[in-house]
Design a protein around this ligand. Structure first.
Ligand code: NAP
Length: 287
């Protein structure tokens, strides 16, 4: 039930119909007895500035931003957090006295999920990022701020991997390497890397039999295989990695934890996430 004290939150994207963020945040609000409402909007690109100004005028405490506005929204913000400055993409706007501050909780959400599910921490790891798009940037910015030993980036379009590496190098001391897409075929890569993160949409529903050209026979129990995709909950990449004995994690945990981090930034309440994993998994399984 809403009343005059009810706080407003929103997600902006286009299209937005398939977003699970309203479900996730409404669940957090109920769980935390927080008096808020979270709504989804799909402004056109030319209406984005007005949408943000309108939400600010209405006193919205927080906004999530999703595809295709994670970068386009930046000119309308008062400032960026250090995390968002590195990746130049935001998924969370936090209302402050200055206006909205842009943050990116995607990468820290992934790290939280891997810590929660596997006790995995980035420090000292050699991490391979497959892909160099928006999600890869968020993940790379977060892991580069922890003491990882090395980040290796491979992307179909090598120039994009190179520009991501350049961006990271300005903000991090860690070793960053860009390899050709074909390097995925080299056995030595699998001996030199311990965590594989697929940040491409390859394998996403409905193309569930597709997979990035990873040499699955080179994976073993020493490896962690991560897929940012959460639909399906187990991609072909994860299924085959698990069969090789590798530890695996889907994008479900990242989705829930990035939302929990946004919620905490807006409300100062850190929600417990275990039940939210279950809710989102059930929702995805029910189509
Ligand atoms: P994006 O910005 O469009 O980037 C896509 C990346 O994948 C690019 O590097 C692209 O390479 C590569 N790619 C696309 N199709 C490919 C193909 N057929 N073969 C090889 N590489 C291909 O997309 P994004 O926003 O980063 O999203 C990527 C995935 O992450 C999506 O599946 C999305 O659902 C998921 N995601 C999950 C979460 C979560 O919370 N779990 C959050 C954000 C995103 P090129 O540079 O060569 O085009």
């Amino acid at each position: 039930m809403s009343n005059t004290e009810t706080k407003l939150f929103a997600v902006l994207g286009n299209p937005i119909a398939h977003s699970l963020s309203p479900l996730l945040h409404s669940f957090f609000m109920e769980q935390c007895h927080y008096n808020g409402v979270y709504l989804a909007f799909a402004p056109k690109k030319e209406e984005l500035a007005q949408a943000i100004a309108g939400l600010k005028a209405l006193g919205a405490k927080g906004i999530n931003v999703t595809i295709p506005y994670k970068e386009a929204v930046i000119p309308y913000l008062a400032d960026l957090t250090p995390q968002a400055k590195i990746c130049q993409a935001v998924n969370t706007l936090i209302l402050t006295e200055k206006g909205f501050i842009g943050d990116n909780t995607d990468g820290n959400g992934l790290i939280k999920a891997l810590e929660k599910q596997h006790g995995w921490q980035p420090e000292g790891r050699k991490i391979l990022l497959i892909g160099a798009g928006g999600a890869a940037k968020g993940v790379a910015a977060a892991i580069a701020r922890r003491q990882v030993a090395e980040i290796v980036i491979v992307n179909r379009t090598k120039e994009k991997a190179e520009s991501l590496a350049k961006l990271l190098a300005q903000h991090s001391e860690c070793l960053i390497k860009v390899l050709d897409w074909d390097a995925l075929q080299q056995e030595t890569l699998y001996q030199n890397v311990d965590t594989f993160i697929n940040t491409t949409p390859v394998g996403m529903s409905p193309h569930i039999e597709a997979m990035a050209p990873v040499r699955m026979e080179c994976l073993c129990e020493d490896h962690m295989a991560v897929d940012l995709i959460y639909n399906p909950l187990e991609t072909k990449f994860l299924r085959l990695a698990k069969a090789q004995g590798a530890k695996t994690a889907s994008g479900l945990g990242m989705f829930v934890e990035q939302g929990a981090l946004s919620f905490a930034a807006w409300t100062t309440i850190t929600p417990e996430t275990t039940d939210a994993y279950r809710l989102i998994a059930e929702t995805l399984n029910n189509g």
